[in-house]
Design a protein around this ligand. Structure first.
Ligand SMILES: Cc1ncc(COP(=O)(O)O)c(C=O)c1O
Length: 375
């Protein structure tokens, strides 16, 4: 990986030490240029000139499929992570007494869509964390024969803990339930293959590790599960319409996941998502993952012996990700993050912890700059 060359695609590297991809990422230059070209066309031509051969929406679906080892027909482009999870929550048929299993360390987006089913008698079970991990035995205990969905993050937003999705898929399927994954904190930085893992549904907004804009995201629905989401709210773009036919009002639904794209999307964001996915695929996610784990591994190593409590589980690389969180001892995390910000070093504070989240184009020297603030 030619880091010096890749850094030229991220002009932010000349402005600040940006280690905050768990919040929002900077968009790379090719993404900016693609979005700018789209806006210019809208500005000067009104319409866009996309055709079937070159259409950012098709490209975004194809590239997203390639990224996660799915088929393009299993991908819908959605507004954000929540939208994809809501498609599952709204799409399944629920009976009073059903339950959904979540974990204590989840970001609210992974939990609230299921809580909204309370009026249909659906219970949400929250599995307590253990040593900042989501314990497999805790999940196993919570799952029973009324569990319909296990809803969990690929990478936990606060701790950076990477769940063992293959093991979770296995126990979920043994109970006859679906695995729904919020992948926004991992996808783009950590390799994930939905086929090998056995995930049923996955959703991830573009604006974090996928290096894309807000307003677009990826929703994966395993082909065999498409008709299980029968109750999802579908719109006119979900119907099998011939191009130009705006007159037939009783068309059947599309037979692939694009049926969930209900109408016109935030197209500038779709253009950006397609461009960012291309960059990630060109660099290669296995190389990106290796680099991200090296950077966060180095940070963890250097934090040992410093005045911090590391809360990111790091017994082995398989449970790590692009996120490292630690509680500073004797320093207020808000003030610490502010002091770093004044020196143009961008990290975030979450609760009592400081969260550092580098992507592949960051350097060990940039990590050293963070370490200088911690005695
Ligand atoms: C785990 C997780 N899920 C979802 C989101 C965001 O959800 P959405 O894309 O719906 O805004 C975040 C952070 O913003 C997150 O950390």
């Amino acid at each position: 990986m030619d880091i010096q060359h890749l850094r030229t695609l991220f002009p932010i590297t000349g402005e600040r030490v940006f280690l905050n991809h768990a919040v929002t990422s900077p968009i790379p230059l090719p993404t900016y240029e693609a979005m700018q070209a789209y806006l210019e066309e809208r500005l000067l031509q009104g319409n866009t000139s996309y055709d079937d051969e070159h259409n950012p929406l098709t490209e975004a679906r194809e590239r997203a499929a390639q990224l996660i080892g799915a088929r393009p027909e299993e991908i819908a482009i959605v507004r954000n992570t929540s939208h994809g999870i809501l498609l599952v929550a709204g799409g399944l048929e629920w009976r009073p007494g059903d339950n959904v299993v979540c974990a204590e360390t989840e970001f609210p987006a992974t939990v609230y869509p299921w809580r909204s089913l309370a009026n249909r008698g659906v219970e949400v079970r929250i599995v307590p964390a253990k040593d900042y991990r989501v314990p497999l035995d805790g999940l196993r205990e919570a799952i029973d024969n009324r569990t319909r969905v296990v809803s969990i993050s690929f990478v936990e937003f606060f701790t950076g803990y990477r769940n063992d999705l293959a093991a979770i898929a296995q126990m979920t399927h043994e109970a006859g339930a679906y695995l729904c994954v919020d992948a926004i904190q991992g996808l783009g930085a950590i390799d994930l293959n939905v086929e090998e893992t056995g995930i049923d549904f996955l959703s991830a907004g573009a604006f974090k590790w996928l290096l894309g804009p807000s307003g677009a995201g990826i929703f994966y629905c395993r082909q065999e599960r498409l008709n299980d989401l029968d109750h999802a709210v579908l719109g006119y773009d979900g119907a099998q319409r011939e191009p130009g036919d705006y007159f037939t009002l009783d068309l059947p639904w599309k037979q692939d996941a694009s049926r969930f794209e209900e109408g016109v999307l935030a197209f500038g964001s779709v253009v950006g998502l397609a461009a960012s996915l291309k960059l990630l695929l060109d660099v290669g996610v296995p190389s990106i993952q290796a680099r991200v784990l090296e950077l966060t591994g180095y940070l963890l190593e250097q934090l040992e012996g410093k005045q911090v409590e590391i809360i990111t589980p790091h017994d082995h690389p398989g449970e790590r990700s692009g996120i490292v969180s630690f509680i500073p001892q004797g320093q207020d995390p808000v003030e610490l993050v502010e002091r770093m910000g004044k020196e143009n070093i961008i990290v975030s504070q979450r609760g009592p912890a400081v969260r550092v989240s580098p992507h592949f184009y960051n350097t060990f020297e940039e990590i050293d700059q963070v370490l200088e603030f911690i005695p």
